[in-house]
Write a protein that binds this ligand. Structure first.
Ligand code: MN
Length: 128
């Protein structure tokens, strides 16, 4: 399993955040990153790529993150993928709504490199 590469799909419309995560993963030769900039594109990539982990921005131009998650969970091809909500909203009610909807974790923006890297390593079972 260690020889295989992990696949991460990041659904994010903000170019700066997408670039940050690209930079953050650039040093990880064992993780492939795909970025999709809308909910629709994210769902297409999820079906095509079969990622190990999906990072989902909660505010996308065409759908909100809860709607994207619902579509992922409704499709047998993507139903069991680990999904992390990424949001600037740190209110407990937002976290609860995300958990209730079926997100595995809820991470708040702005992205903190060390925390983000550690979270990815943990969820993928791949220490940095
Ligand atoms: Mn957004």
């Amino acid at each position: 399993a260690a020889a295989t590469r992990a696949r991460v799909l990041y659904v994010e419309d903000d170019a700066v955040n997408a670039l940050l995560v690209r930079e953050l993963l650039a040093s990880r030769g064992d993780i492939d990153l795909v970025v999709a900039d809308s909910g629709t594109a994210g769902l297409e990539e999820a079906r095509a790529q079969r990622p190990d982990l999906i990072l989902l921005d909660m505010q996308l131009p065409d759908m909100d993150g809860l709607a994207v998650l619902k579509a992922l969970r409704a499709d047998p091809a993507t139903a069991s993928v680990t999904c992390v909500a990424l949001s600037a909203n740190a209110m407990p009610s937002d976290r609860e709504a995300a958990r209730d909807a079926g997100f595995d974790e809820y991470w708040t923006k702005p992205i903190v490199f060390a925390t983000f890297r550690a979270g990815l390593a943990r969820l993928l079972g791949r220490p940095g």
